[in-house]
Design a binder for this molecule. Structure first.
Ligand code: AMP
Length: 430
């Protein structure tokens, strides 16, 4: 099979790496890819994965490329092309593509849509309401005592959620989004949710329109600094499994969330074939969905795909074909830890082009895979090319061992201004 993967981050490197192990793959491209993706080879015939300089949001060029190369399956990593309708476009031209169509991708591209869907179909979530008028929004926030999450409706590079603990903070957040238009059109409407306390986990489920197969648990680390301090980021590390739920509890949570979700999709004519990733707060009143994403988490993909034993090409094919009921997802009994190494300044502004050393030494360690996120090739070496630069991922027979292996590899890698959290997975060990 000829495979095309869309995206350029750590998640896409993990997808490419796992797809390349499948005996079904004969040729693979990644648009636009990164320096690490360009080093991967297909297990079947050792053919190199080719990176092509087409942006993940350039739908007409991606379509033309897939047609020219006669790609048998296109796999979409990031949220933006899904929200722009890449799946509908490819399907219109009879190309096979994995990911939710534009209507189904609304679970991520519109928080207003998600909040209304959850309320209508009895999915446990935070109490919330939708607003476009600042003064009514402020009255609602005041009723919550200012303790709330103010969320821009649309995609805002993961920055559209403002957590508030006082009336003044809530008023400022509402003005920032609705009046100052900090997120442009993505903030024409907002959702305000009550603030929920508890342990936050990431759930993932592979869906085929009728069936949702839930993954083991994982936990992301959103804040930039140790101890969950500093600014929110795209994710500074993840591990799996997260020990807050046993297998029976995961199945229960899955039922509480996914059963009404699937029934709701059926009732509303939403055909979701792709990856559903609910962010869930385990509160004292039970699990509650904070938000839905319509693609793999990044860095959750890195820990899941290193633990996944099943053939990913077959699973994604089954997801597209509506045949997941005939497949089992097999996971290794190991734990996985991914530590993200970021550029100085991230998640604020940062420079690119710093030379990275130690990649080969790190890669030689057993049970370690260094996924590239923001990297490029320059003058025969690898340089930084983004905020999140690398996702150093390791497996171990338990979380301690996986952590130790990941950090041993992290310490071998150097570039100017590199920073990473030293406490990935620590919450689980407590
Ligand atoms: P979201 O993109 O909606 O998941 O929000 C980003 C982050 O904000 C989440 O990962 C949570 O840590 C936090 N968050 C979102 N909604 C709430 C809420 N209702 N209560 C507490 N924290 C929240």
């Amino acid at each position: 099979m000829r495979l095309l993967v869309i995206g350029s981050g750590g998640r896409e490197h993990a997808l490419v790496w796992k797809l390349a192990q499948s005996p079904h793959g004969t040729q693979m491209w990644c648009a636009p890819g990164n320096a690490g993706i360009a080093e991967e080879r297909l297990a079947k015939n050792q053919s190199p994965v080719e990176c092509v300089a087409i942006g993940a949001e350039d739908l007409p060029k991606l379509l033309a490329f897939a047609q020219q190369k006669q790609a048998d399956l296109t796999v979409v990593g990031p949220d933006n092309p899904l929200a722009l309708g890449i799946v509908d476009l490819f399907q219109k031209h009879r190309l096979r593509i994995w990911g939710p169509n534009q209507k189904a991708a609304q679970f991520e591209s519109s928080k207003v849509f998600s909040q209304k869907f959850m309320e209508k179909h009895g999915i446990p979530t935070a109490k919330g309401r939708t607003f476009s008028d600042p003064s009514t929004a402020k009255k609602f926030a005041a009723k919550l005592g200012g303790k709330c999450a103010v969320k821009a409706d649309g995609l805002a590079l993961g920055k559209g959620v403002l957590i508030c603990s006082t009336d003044a903070e809530a008023n400022r957040a509402i003005d920032e989004i609705l009046v100052s238009k900090a997120f442009g059109a993505a903030g024409a409407k907002i959702v305000i949710q009550e603030f929920l306390e508890g342990v936050e986990i990431s759930l993932h489920a592979l869906c085929d329109g009728k069936v949702a197969k839930i993954f083991p648990t994982s936990q992301d680390h959103k804040r930039a600094l140790d101890g969950d301090q500093g600014l929110n980021t795209g994710g500074m590390g993840a591990y799996s499994p997260a020990p807050f739920l046993n297998d029976q509890q995961i199945a229960q949570v899955g039922q509480q969330i996914l059963d009404p979700w699937l029934a709701g999709c059926g009732a509303e004519g939403i055909d979701f074939r792709g990856l559903l990733y609910p962010g869930v707060m385990l509160t004292k009143d039970g699990p509650k969905v904070l938000e839905f994403n319509a693609r793999f988490g990044d860095p959750e993909a890195q820990v899941y795909l290193t633990r996944l034993e099943s053939d990913l090409v077959e699973l994604l094919e089954a997801s597209v074909n509506g045949a997941l009921d005939r497949h089992e997802l097999k996971w290794s009994a190991t734990a996985a830890v991914c530590v993200v190494i970021a550029s100085a300044g991230y998640p604020g502004s940062y420079e690119k082009g710093a030379a990275i050393s130690g990649l080969n030494e790190a890669a030689r360690l057993p049970e370690v895979k260094v996924f590239h996120a923001g990297t490029a090739r320059q003058d025969g070496g690898v340089v930084t090319n983004g905020g999140r630069v690398l996702g150093v991922t390791a497996l171990g027979s338990d979380l301690w061992k996986a952590r130790a292996a990941a950090y041993e590899a992290v310490e071998k890698i150097k570039f100017d201004g590199a920073h990473y959290r030293r406490d990935i997975g620590v919450k689980a060990l407590r």
